[in-house]
Design a protein around this ligand. Structure first.
Ligand SMILES: C[S@@+](CC[C@H](N)C(=O)[O-])C[C@H]1O[C@@H](n2cnc3c(N)ncnc32)[C@H](O)[C@@H]1O
Length: 194
């Protein structure tokens, strides 16, 4: 059963026990975070667990062991003042006890261009196929995975599909309710990425 919490990660992480999750996979907002949240995030992962985090190239949250790239869908923003950027980095901190499950080589390139299959229900929603690939590689079945900025719940759905347990935290109440409906299967087509 996946666990979804409505609240501020900065507060909720501080209340979580040290070493209580096997891995973190998350896509945080790139600003407005409490200075202590990253320390707390590493504290709640079991010693030696993996931490996987999306970020912009200009704002890397920690020094990673591996960097993967996600090529986003180009948008029609105005590029008169600066070049556009259609790539997000995925920082990977590989704990010495963290899972590493190699897939077929075509899934291990480190550069991915997965796309949403349906129109987004969250402005920053990630493709389910991309998150499922990360979950397969960097966690084992049965693992407890934390997404402290879970948005529409993509990580929780991916974990449910792949038999991992997930804990999601989302501050925005309407997005929390959205993730809850998605997990309950109330949003057609949102559990499988079809
Ligand atoms: C980039 S989005 C994540 C989108 C998600 N990957 C998905 O596929 O839907 C980041 C989310 O973090 C939430 N958030 C921002 N600050 C937060 C905080 N302090 N505590 C918990 N959630 C927060 C935002 O409301 C937003 O939904």
């Amino acid at each position: 059963m996946q666990e979804l919490r409505n609240g501020d990660t900065a507060i909720m992480l501080a209340q979580m026990q040290s070493g209580s999750v096997d891995a973190v996979i998350t896509d945080p907002p790139y600003d407005e975070l409490s200075p202590n949240w990253l320390d707390d995030l590493f504290r709640v992962v079991k010693p030696g667990g993996n931490v996987i985090m999306f970020c912009s190239p200009e704002n890397q949250f920690f020094k990673p062991d591996e960097i993967l790239f996600w090529i986003k869908t180009p948008s029609t923003k105005n590029f008169q003042k600066r070049c556009g950027r259609f790539v997000e980095m995925i920082l990977v901190k590989r704990g010495e006890k963290g899972a590493f499950n190699p897939l077929h080589w075509s899934q291990m390139t480190g550069v991915y261009d997965d796309r949403l299959v349906l129109p987004p229900i969250h402005p920053y929603e990630k493709p389910l196929s991309l998150i499922e690939r990360l979950i397969r590689i960097y966690t084992n079945p049965g693992a407890v995975v934390l997404d402290p900025f879970c948005g529409s719940g993509t990580t929780l759905v991916a974990c449910m599909n792949l038999k991992r347990k997930a804990i999601g935290i989302e501050k925005d109440h309407s997005k929390y309710l959205l993730a809850q409906d998605r997990l309950l299967g109330l949003l057609p087509g949102r559990l499988k990425g079809e």
